[in-house]
Design a protein around this ligand. Sequence first.
Ligand code: BGC
Length: 267
Amino acid sequence: MSTAERTEAAQDGRLGRGVPLAFGIDIGGSGIKGAPVDLTSGELTAERVRIPTPSPSTPAAVAATVAELVAGFDLPADVPLGLTFPAPIKHGKVSFIANLHQSWTGVDVPALMSEATGRPVIAVNDADAAGVAEVAFGAARGVPGVVLVTTLGTGIGSALVVDGVLVPNTELGHLEIDGEDAERRASSAVKEREGLGWEEWAARLQRFYETVEMLFSPDLIVVGGGVSKKHDKFLPLLRTRAPIVAAALRNSAGIVGAARLAAAGHR
Ligand code: BGC
């Protein structure tokens, strides 16, 4: 497709014409990001918008921010919204929450967000959304067998995808390793907080990845999250049996995966 054609398609996409389109929203500990996604290519059809996560990050405050973000786009009423959330989501409800306000526990996220935005919404765990996107459009595209996608950020997220089918809510960041919650030792937020150098951090990641590899024998491990753009600093320091590679979609993976699941009518 030429640049002119792509621009035209993107504009059509913004207006909901021409390309199959859904809107993805990624709720994180520090920012809430959203963009429309072309479901054929997995590309964003407009610039991603980011609004800082409100503090305290209560359900009402976050829902108001999501509504503000969506209202900033000129979306036709029938464009589905897919939303990622940094917690296990079982039939729409938050099972427990590590890195946002504790009052999220038990909240029905699609119901809350549909009321706030006036649109149908689906909700999915953030790492699961990233996994779906990497398998459909990114580093794990076309890879058969067991793919483990991990996200390194405020916490550690995981998505287990077997022959293209997601096993939801795996929560491997909360594995207890050497007596400690894995993400409290090895997330990229911990690297920042404790001022760890790449080698010190990689030693902690090594314990995490060798443990999950022992438990799940993946065929491919994909590493995402913001820090994955610096993958050359730490991935070469890790020793795993399976290939371990950086996520291809980087920071857009959650948005793209959520949009894809929204269009598929995920529940
Ligand atoms: C949560 C997961 C989430 C991960 C990354 C963990 O603390 O329990 O559900 O995927 O952080 O945000």
